[in-house]
Design a protein around this ligand. Structure first.
Ligand code: HMG
Ligand code: MG
Length: 298
């Protein structure tokens, strides 16, 4: 059967806004985060402490977290390396996420490291974060396909995921960065992790909706027992270092789907729609989410 309850891990302010052409004002970002929390989203990934030249859209990470104050300290932020961790620790953050690549090419494009070097970069980050009492999530990108390497072998993804968990990460988020995955592939990948000793309680699924497969893939994930799903309000998103990556699965599409299945999520759909419509106004273009467009009549 399907799980009775799922956790939605909101990535709009980070995965969504990192990919915008323009840079959104810090105060607008803070209001976006605040509105998403008010809608009942239990986890809102706020920003990234990456190199400001690599992702200028999130160069204001410290200002944003300062503006959010106490409420911000419980929100996860991306940190690729020790410099990023130092910046997050200075601000009292309690949850960080590292982001590895399942492929050699994307490790180089996104992290300026080889596949093996990425683990050497992450090792002291996870160690020091854990010593400081922080929780560490680990992403794996290009779990299904890679724009440069094509289909990515399941054993390769499981190998990278295991190494990130072995460093001390508590949860692995399996990313379909360019949205090419299909339901059968999701089932096979989750089953391979379980066979390798990684329980579904340690897995999250992170779908981009480029090929319109994200909800079908979510259904495969639910059937395989995964209960944490990443989504982005309004379907914002993408990755500046992966050509052909478009928006994440829209949070609203996910909420509509889960509610229809009678799966508890604890989030107010109307309030998320309002936040997305407001954000679309700030960005000057409509949300790509079908559910937002239907409910907002936009
Ligand atoms: P690098 O150029 O190799 O960095 O970049 P470096 O270690 O050689 O350091 C060079 C200089 O950068 C140094 O300064 C460092 O201090 C500085 P200098 O001594 O020359 O004056 N520096 C930093 N400054 C601020 N914050 C930092 C930082 N690190 C170094 N954290 C690096 C390596 C990892 C930093 C770079 O490649 C980078 O920032 N990459 C981030 C790319 C990114 O954010 N991509 C999007 C997120 S991933 C994603 O979207 C996928 C996901 O959604 C899942 C999915 O969909 O699959 C998560
Ligand atoms: Mg992503």
């Amino acid at each position: 059967g399907l799980p009775a309850r799922v956790t939605i891990y909101e990535v709009g302010p980070r995965d969504g806004l990192q990919n915008e052409k323009g840079v959104v004002d810090t105060a607008v970002k803070a209001e976006f985060v605040t509105r998403l929390l008010a809608a009942g989203l239990p986890i809102v990934e706020a920003t990234s402490f990456v190199h400001p030249r690599w992702v200028p859209q999130l160069a204001d990470a410290a200002d944003l977290m300062t503006l959010l104050g106490e409420a911000g300290k419980g929100l996860p932020v991306l940190v690729p390396n020790e410099r990023g961790l130092d910046r997050a620790l200075e601000l009292g953050m309690r949850h960080v996420a590292i982001f590895g690549s399942a492929t050699e090419t994307f490790a180089s494009k996104n992290l300026n490291r080889t596949l093996d070097e990425q683990f050497a970069m992450f090792e002291p980050v996870v160690q020091r974060a854990r010593d400081a009492g922080l929780d560490v999530r680990a992403y794996v990108s290009m779990c299904f396909g890679d724009p440069w390497e094509g289909q990515v072998p399941i054993e390769q993804v499981v190998g990278v995921g295991r190494r990130l968990l072995d460093l001390g990460a508590s949860q692995l988020s399996l990313g379909d960065t360019i949205g090419v995955g299909t339901a059968g592939h999701v089932t096979a990948l989750v089953d391979a992790f379980v066979a390798a000793g990684v329980g579904t309680d340690r897995l999250a699924l992170h779908f981009h909706d480029t090929y319109g497969q994200a909800l079908a893939n979510t259904y495969a994930g639910l059937r395989a027992g995964v209960t944490t799903y990443d989504a982005s309000a309004g379907g914002l998103g993408g990755c500046p270092y992966a050509k052909s990556a478009t928006g994440n699965l829209a949070t609203e599409d996910l909420l509509w789907f889960l509610t229809g299945l009678g799966i508890e999520h604890g989030v107010d759909l109307g309030q998320v729609v309002d936040a997305s419509v407001w954000m679309a106004g700030q960005l000057g273009r409509p949300s790509p989410s079908a559910v937002v467009r239907a409910l907002a009549g936009a």
